[in-house]
Ligand binder design. Structure first.
Ligand SMILES: [Zn+2]
Length: 120
């Protein structure tokens, strides 16, 4: 599973903010400094969350399936290499209240049955 950084999407989302803020400003000519700031923060939080998600998924630890033999995570109880079982998605909240979906690999120990997510 490869997850290249989707910079094209980052650019597109950023351009949408610039155009969107221009329109918003025209529709809200009497907005206070605080209101403008809140609007900016809300919009940037989405790009920020997307960038965070992309960069987290691109990290080597999230990409266990592609990890070389001998470098795979081991059982903390008995030291056996874990057997990859699949991926699981967890949802986190970022600063700014955006939801972040992170898929990560998990495995079980073939010797003692311990199941866990490898540490990041
Ligand atoms: Zn074990």
């Amino acid at each position: 599973m490869n997850h290249p950084l989707d910079e094209h999407t980052w650019h597109r989302m950023t351009e949408e903010i610039l155009a969107g803020m221009r329109e918003w400003r025209q529709a809200h000519p009497k907005a206070t400094l605080r209101e403008i700031e809140d609007e900016l923060d809300t919009r940037w939080a989405r790009v920020r969350a997307r960038m965070l998600e992309d960069m987290a998924l691109a990290s080597a630890a999230a990409n266990w399936a592609a990890t070389a033999e001998g470098q795979q995570p081991t059982c903390p109880d008995c030291g056996q290499p874990l057997r990859l079982r699949g991926t699981d998605t967890r949802t986190l909240q970022t600063h700014g209240g955006q939801s972040l979906n992170l898929a990560r690999s998990y495995g079980t120990c073939p010797a003692c049955g311990t199941g866990l997510f490898p540490p990041r």
